[in-house]
Write a protein that binds this ligand. Structure first.
Ligand code: ZN
Length: 161
């Protein structure tokens, strides 16, 4: 990670954690889901307003560390206006980036590329992916809260560096 990217990482994460975007409940949301990361204590609720297959509006609420809050904030900005398939594809790219499979030069990721810094802190990967897992649960209509520690075979092992 270059010094420039490291500075940008800290700047962007600090900005979004202190002033999270789309940080509010959504009365009358079509979908919502709760996510919990017991390793860190992050809790987030993601709200969705769907227009057919399009994520017309996305918001979140909750309490968590700077990484989870910044990730949720940037996620809402990134997926708003996208289709479910596009949001799923973006999550796959984001996941590859922060687990070290991506090279960080993926142009589709835009500002989310700053999260490549998270791969240097494996324990933070779950903080950064929590809002995305929660979004996925909201999209699939899961009623039970999702936990980063009770997923199926697709869960991060924590050793996937
Ligand atoms: Zn956290």
């Amino acid at each position: 990670m270059s010094d420039d990217l490291r500075d940008l990482y800290q700047e962007v994460i600090l900005d979004h954690s202190k002033r999270p975007r789309n940080f509010h409940a959504m009365p009358g949301a079509d979908r919502k889901a709760e996510g919990y990361n017991p390793l860190c204590g992050d809790r987030e609720t993601v709200f969705l307003d769907l227009d057919g297959d399009v994520l017309k509006d996305v918001s979140f609420q909750g309490a968590g560390c700077a990484i989870s809050t910044a990730s949720a904030s940037m996620m809402t900005e990134s997926v708003k206006g996208k289709t479910r398939a596009e949001a799923d594809a973006l999550f796959a790219r984001f996941h590859a980036l922060i687990t070290g499979e991506g090279d960080g030069g993926d142009p589709e990721l835009g500002k989310l590329a700053v999260f490549s810094g998270v791969r240097e802190y494996p324990v933070r990967v779950k903080c950064a992916t929590l809002p995305w897992h929660t979004l996925k649960a909201a999209l699939s209509g899961e009623a039970a809260p999702v936990s980063t520690e009770s997923e199926g075979p697709a869960a991060e092992s924590g050793g996937a560096q």
